[in-house]
Design a protein around this ligand. Structure first.
Ligand code: HEC
Length: 392
């Protein structure tokens, strides 16, 4: 009784997680025994498919994933006990606790076959076994998203309760299969403090194995951001190798919590300098660069200023311009404290010279930033820097 009920629940879970519809169940030889929570005992499920898995993935005489003598294939089916080997192999039991992220299920046809093409319903049996090993729930995560070149703002609203308006922001550049994220920040909403534990970045290629490797693509430890504040995500930088530019990313947290809080958005401590030094600098004219997506639209380049772009009011009923969405200085005239708090988000408190608000105008920050770079000794940089250096 219990066994078949546990089984049905597990199959249902697999169906939800990997979206495969409904299976007939109860016809596997590995059905005996349940684990502590009524989930099936995983080992018998594995033993029941072990021989078929070796046949499909072991290759001729086991030269592929058993002995690895063929093209140094990883030996996740090595003896003496294949069950021990397979569970130890990185990525088989997904670190995200989301069965659909297992490398066994997401590997495509390579030198060997994809599991989806294997006979005897092997794909479904492997996912049932993995579901028993990793009963979930999945770790809190953002879900898959595409990465834009330049500024990205990833909402955390759906990651857990009390996280409405929390977000992660970063600048992304891609080159030769390497994705570099800088100015990585965790932004707490004004009504909640956010605490996270050991976040990691999961690469979901368009086709092929999911890479969920917290030791390689993650940070260890806890980070708390008070309501209304934004803080660099650990080092503020993450380099992801073997990135597929057509693929997607997912951010996973070992834990994320929110507690009610009351914050003013990172109020400035050097507001007077912001008004007397930074704002005048940000009103000075700079040369505008053409839109990267539309390089020769024939328009003269023209001039604007930081405030010309970042304090621009949209025509009524329209969304603010991308420049304002990235950094909203619309309060510059009427509410300088609000504008200052927005500008302050782009100061790197650990290393002020590396602040995006200074690097962007010097052409050393976001490569998509549409103004002609000015030098470090330009009065614009000097004026902003005097304020940046004074902020705490
Ligand atoms: C021609 C318009 C324009 C001008 C002039 C301009 N910016 Fe921007 N800025 C933008 C746009 C557009 C974005 C968003 C870029 C993106 O989405 O990749 C942006 C983004 C930013 C960001 C947020 C980080 C980022 O890259 O998204 C900062 C900080 C910034 N600008 C600082 C400045 C400063 C300081 C000045 C003046 C010295 C300035 N900008 C002048 C258009 C402008």
């Amino acid at each position: 009784m219990m066994a078949s009920r546990g089984r049905a629940i597990a199959s249902g879970l697999a169906a939800v997680v990997i979206g495969l519809g409904i299976f007939a169940c109860g016809d596997d030889p590995g059905d005996e025994g349940t684990g502590p929570n009524g989930t099936p005992n995983p080992e018998p499920l594995f033993r029941a498919l072990e021989a078929d898995l070796v046949k499909t993935c072991g290759g001729t005489n086991g030269t592929c994933h058993v002995s690895g003598s063929f093209q140094q294939a990883p030996t996740w089916l090595a003896g003496p006990d294949r069950y021990v080997s397979v569970k130890k192999h990185r990525g088989v039991l997904p670190a995200t606790k989301e069965v659909g992220d297992s490398i066994l299920l997401t590997q495509v046809k390579h030198a060997g076959p994809a599991l989806t093409d294997a006979p005897n319903d092997l794909y479904r049996r492997v996912s049932d076994w993995l579901t028993a090993e990793v009963p979930g729930p999945p770790l809190p995560n953002t879900g898959a998203f595409s990465v834009l070149s330049g500024f990205n703002s990833i909402p955390l609203d759906t990651v857990g309760p009390g996280l409405a308006n929390a977000r992660l922001t970063f600048l992304a550049t891609e080159s030769n299969g390497t994705l570099t994220l800088t100015a990585l920040k965790l932004v707490a909403p004004t009504n909640a403090n956010v605490k996270i534990d050991s976040p990691f970045f999961v690469i979901l290629p368009r086709n092929g194995k999911v890479k969920a490797e917290p030791e390689v693509n993650g940070f260890k430890g806890e980070l708390t951001v008070a309501a209304g504040q934004s803080v660099d995500l650990f080092t503020g930088k993450m380099i992801l190798l073997r990135w597929d530019p057509t693929g997607r990313l997912k951010i996973v947290f070992n834990k994320i919590e929110s507690t009610p809080g009351q914050g003013t958005t990172g109020a400035c401590t050097a507001l007077e300098l912001f008004k007397s030094s930074a704002l005048p600098a940000m009103s000075k004219l700079v040369d505008v660069l053409p839109d990267d997506d539309d390089p020769d639209n024939g328009e003269p380049l023209g001039q604007s200023s930081c405030l010309g772009c970042h304090a621009k009011e949209p025509p009524s009923d329209e969304a603010p311009a991308p420049s304002v969405q990235a950094m909203d200085l619309r309060g510059a005239g009427s509410d300088p404290a609000a504008a200052c708090a927005q500008a302050k988000i782009w100061i790197n408190m650990q290393d002020k010279a590396q602040s995006t608000i200074l690097l962007n105008p010097m052409g050393k920050g976001n490569p998509q930033h549409p103004m002609k770079a000015v030098s470090a000794d330009d009065p614009i940089i000097q004026g902003i820097k005097a304020w940046v250096d004074a902020e705490q």
